[in-house]
Structures are given as C-alpha cells and as structure tokens.
Design a protein around this ligand. Structure first.
Ligand code: MTE
Ligand code: MO
Length: 224
C-alpha cells in the first residue's frame, strides 16, 4: 500500500510539510481518538506498516509481578507523593479506551481496546506542583522513558491493566503498563512501577540511546 507521502505526490516529505498537514488534521478533528472512523491510510503515520498481530519488544527481561506484590510509587514534584497497591489502583475509576499504537520500528496496530485508570485520574490524586514539567516512567525491568507532563496528562492516556478484555499479559507489561497512544510506543512503559515528576527533562533509556525526545509518529520524531 502506498504511504500517505507517496499518495500526496513526488515532493520529498519535509518536516515542515508534515507539521502543516498534521495541524490541518488537528483542525479537522481527525486526530481525535476513537470518535471518528477514518480511512485506513489516514490512520497510518508516515513510514509505518499495519500489523494484525501484537509484537513484543523488551530488553530481554519480562519481570514476573504477582498482583499482591505490585506497587506503583508516585514521587517527585507532587503535593501528595504516595504508593499505590493493586487494591488502591482498583479503587480508582476504571476507564476504557480504544486507540492505535505506533512503534518506532515501523509497525502500527489499530483498535487496541484498553481498560485501566486514566492518567488524568492519577494526576488529580497526586496533584503535580507548578514546577513539575516532566515525568519519568520506570518499568520493573529497569527501563525508563521520559515525557513532558503535558504529553503525559493527555485525556486519552491510561495506566492499562487490560487489553482486548483480558488482563494484560506479562510480555505486554502486565499487571500494569502506561499507554500513551499519541507518541511512539517506546513512551508506553511496561511493568510500570514508578512515576517520577521532575522540573527538568531526564532522558529515559531510548532518549539516552539517541531517540528523539518528543516521539511524535505523525512528525516522524524517531531519532534525535
Ligand atoms: N518496561 C519496558 N517498557 C517498554 C519497553 C521495555 O523494553 N521495557 N519497550 C518499549 C517499546 S520500544 C515498545 S515498542 C513497547 C512494546 O510494547 P509491546 O511489547 O506490548 O508491543 O513497549 C515499550 N515499553
Ligand atoms: Mo518500540
């Protein structure tokens, strides 16, 4: 299938052009998650190919975390630092979202049905201080990934416990992973165990490795 760029014509895909097109899409409301049915080509960011399976990517370790030992530490620049256990997470409102995910290794997967706690709910609970501008998500495998607080706070973001109606499997980051669908999937930390709120950006695992700090698939923010 021709990519969106090819369909648009022979002009080399400049970054400015992508940004301009994205802004136009945003004006038309085409980037709103789950609300409109869009032609498939419009849902596939440049350079991505659609997969029907669900690839697994990790650093070679898939930590086993029984629910009774699961903890999420929330610390740094927040008014109410705390540690949630499984019961504490379940006591919060549970929400469902359907979204598309895009890995920087060029696969995208459409219509992933997640269930979990909205990041917005979590932020209400811990109340970030005015100086908090960034977050660092930590996985129990030692993985970290950095986001601006603004990117993390988006309404569609979830701490997911379920995928396609089933508890999130261990390879996909169960019991709990972040789902940040508007950015490349490397920002969606699996086996989530800590969220650190920071004044300054602190590069996560792939950012240290040279990936782009932003990670917007529509602007192809792949490397730094
Ligand atoms: N803790 C942790 N989270 C992680 C990773 C990882 O290695 N460890 N890999 C990231 C990358 S690069 C991708 S593409 C997705 C893969 O998620 P999946 O295995 O469920 O497809 O998880 C992201 N979150
Ligand atoms: Mo990835």
């Amino acid at each position: 299938m021709p990519s969106d760029e090819e369909a648009a014509g022979p002009v080399a895909p400049g970054r400015a052009k992508l940004v301009e097109r994205k802004q136009q899409w945003a004006r038309e409301g085409r980037l709103l998650t789950g609300t409109t049915t869009r032609p498939e080509a419009d849902r596939l960011p440049p350079g991505q190919r659609l997969v029907r399976d669900f690839p697994v990517l990790d650093l070679g370790v898939q930590p086993a975390i029984p629910l009774e030992r699961w903890r999420l530490r929330l610390d740094g620049l927040i008014a109410r630092p705390c540690e949630l256990d499984w019961a504490g997470l379940q006591a919060l409102p549970q929400e469902e979202r359907v979204n598309d995910i895009h890995c920087v290794t060029a696969w995208s997967r459409f219509d992933n049905a997640w269930r979990g706690v909205g990041v917005a709910t979590l932020l209400d609970l811990v109340r970030p201080l005015p100086e908090a501008r960034h977050v660092l998500l930590h996985g129990a495998d030692g993985y970290t990934t950095n986001l601006t607080l603004a990117a993390f706070a988006r309404a569609e973001n979830l701490l997911a416990t379920h995928w396609a109606g089933e508890p999130l499997t261990r390879p996909h980051g169960g019991p709990v992973r972040a789902v940040i669908p508007h950015l490349y999937f490397w920002k969606s930390a699996k086996w989530l165990c800590r969220i650190e709120f920071l004044a300054e950006d602190r590069p996560g695992f792939w950012a240290v490795g040279g990936y782009h700090p932003g990670g917007d698939p529509w602007a192809e923010e792949r490397d730094g």
